[in-house]
Ligand binder design. Structure first.
Ligand SMILES: NC(=O)C1=CN([C@@H]2O[C@H](COP(=O)(O)OP(=O)(O)OC[C@H]3O[C@@H](n4cnc5c(N)ncnc54)[C@H](OP(=O)(O)O)[C@@H]3O)[C@@H](O)[C@H]2O)C=CC1
Ligand SMILES: O=C1OC[C@@H](O)[C@H](O)[C@H]1O
Length: 491
């Protein structure tokens, strides 16, 4: 039934919250994909443990923390049968098929690689690694081992993202790096961000400009949070900006805008005066070169704008002055514009507002309202599908893909193996592209791309040594200068 009720009095909201909390759900389909969780983290609770209760093909069988008592306590609290006092011990468990990496950013690559080396499929939290080089290495290992290794961009698996991609023309799945496979709903989805695609722009017409924002209020995370630690690959671009870049790439590909964008400029605000590295907020502009090109095409310096370029602004912040987290997408085409609110957490209420000369709604839209003259028709809608969370869709899709890859490898069937390798290649291309763009954003903002924790710790120790050596040299120099002064000038 079409409705225009605000989300907070939407009668479906209570049911969606119940589902988000992992209450209820169908019986398990055996054999399940047995998941081990690395880190007794906050995110694991709502991104893995709760959805796993409702995803028929998934089961969380173990958790590991650096401290055994903490792991035990977490396991008891969440009804997980096994706990381990080290990540290595969990990876050695033969009853774990797949590993969820919910660790600080600087440890993602190390532990994703260790899990792959132990023969486990991997669902790794965003951002995939500390930088692009690490993403390349981890994904090469996944390819070699023929294991799924996916970055947990949960938002993209929700029917809202699927709807946006279809609305823009549905590109992205068919281009380089795109993929398509079924999930437990039996639907075929194609919402991987491709690096080249053949969409049409849909009712917006040709895409001209985009904007993505992910803004986290400053009260949410204290200064000691992992997100502000240099040695844990912290920063606003890493934490919130990765969503902006991913969504912009995904939607550009859907609209048929091929290739990777260049970072035209970026500007960061440091999280604290004590750090010359960690960004508390960052913004910038990306540009996809149009077919007409321009004299700056391919270069890394200032770009000349061409008529058919597509530009995208992004803002990511961990120190926003607002009250509640905010994530938005705005798109402008030559036939209309679209605003999407709450795109990373759509289950808690969102809106898609489309103003075009021609509009489309789909069967997945649960509410719609149309008003205004035909020339400037505005449609608002919400897309909840069956009301499951982004994390439910992510896990459901992950286990479907793990099963597909396992079956292909076990059967040796050529067609199945080809489909499996396409699936792995899609994750590889997507992770490597997003981390590359994050690196470029940091460089454009005058900051260094992040380092994996081990390297960052080593670099910090080296810098401290150098500073100590310089300080002691200065003291010595001051001492000998004082001695010379006391002795008077020498002739
Ligand atoms: N997809 C999403 O919606 C979200 C994703 N994330 C991502 O998840 C990851 C974790 O975030 P979050 O759960 O908020 O963080 P937490 O601080 O709650 O958890 C981090 C976990 O990392 C482990 N850890 C290992 N080494 C260290 C270390 N040196 N310092 C601190 N912790 C360490 C700890 O596990 P233990 O001590 O138990 O071993 C801890 O439980 C981040 O990469 C973040 O980007 C976060 C929130 C939402
Ligand atoms: O992934 C995330 O999504 C929600 C944000 O609050 C959080 O900082 C981030 O890690």
């Amino acid at each position: 039934m079409p409705t225009t009720l605000p989300a907070f009095i939407d009668p479906g909201q209570l049911e969606r919250v119940v589902k988000f909390l992992g209450i209820g759900g169908p019986p398990k389909t055996q054999p399940t994909v047995r998941v081990g969780v690395l880190g007794a983290s906050q995110v694991a609770t709502y991104a893995m443990l709760w959805p796993a209760r409702r995803v028929p093909g998934a089961e969380v069988v173990a958790v590991a923390a650096r401290d055994g008592a903490r792991a035990r306590e977490y396991a008891q609290q969440h009804g997980i049968s096994r706990s381990y006092g080290s990540y290595e011990a969990l990876l050695a468990d033969p009853d774990v098929d797949a590993v969820y990496v919910g660790l600080p950013n600087g440890l993602h690559g190390t532990w994703a690689a260790a899990a792959l080396a132990a023969g486990k499929h991997v669902l790794c939290e965003k951002p995939f690694t500390a930088n692009q080089q690490e993403a390349i290495e981890v994904q090469a290992l996944a390819r070699q081992k023929r294991l799924v290794c996916r970055e947990a961009f949960h938002y993209r698996e929700h029917p809202l993202a699927e709807h946006l991609v279809q609305l823009l023309g549905g590109g992205g799945g068919g281009g380089e790096g795109g993929s398509s496979s079924g999930d437990s709903t039996g639907k075929s989805k194609s919402i991987r961000a491709g690096n080249g695609a053949a969409g049409t722009g849909g009712p917006l017409g040709r895409l001209r400009s985009m904007e993505a924002q992910v803004l986290i209020p400053k009260w949410v995370f204290g200064g000691a949070n992992i997100r502000f630690q240099e040695t844990l690959a912290g920063g606003a671009a890493m934490d919130a900006g990765c969503y902006c870049l991913h969504a912009l790439r995904t939607l550009a590909a859907a609209a048929g805008v091929g290739g990777l964008p260049q970072v035209e400029w970026a500007q960061a605000e440091l999280a604290s005066p004590a750090s010359q590295v960690v960004d508390g907020a960052i913004r910038g502009v990306l540009r996809w070169r149009g077919s007409g090109g321009g004299s700056g095409s391919g270069g890394s310096g200032a770009l000349d704008a061409a008529d058919d370029d597509v530009t995208a602004r992004f803002t990511a912040s961990l120190q926003w002055e607002g009250l509640l987290p905010r994530s938005t997408i705005d798109l402008e085409g030559d036939r209309g514009r679209m605003h999407v609110s709450n795109f990373i957490m759509p289950v808690f209420g969102h809106v898609v507002r489309l103003s075009t000369t021609t509009t489309t709604t789909t069967a997945t839209a649960t509410t719609s309202n149309t008003s205004g003259a035909p020339a400037t028709r505005t449609t608002t809608l919400r897309v909840y599908g069956a009301g499951e969370s982004t994390y439910w869709h992510q896990l459901d899709r992950f286990v479907a893909d793990v099963r597909a890859v396992n079956e292909a490898v076990d059967s040796g069937d050529e067609g199945a193996l080809l489909a499996a390798s396409r699936l792995l290649a899609a994750d590889e291309a997507d992770c490597v592209a997003n981390m590359g763009l994050l690196d470029d954003v940091y460089r454009a903002a005058g900051l260094q791309p992040r380092l994996p924790s081990a390297q960052a710790v080593a670099r910090q120790a080296q810098q401290q040594q150098q500073q100590a050596a310089a300080a002691s040299k200065a003291v010595q120099a001051a001492g000998s200068a004082a001695g010379q002064t006391a002795a008077g000038p020498t002739l």
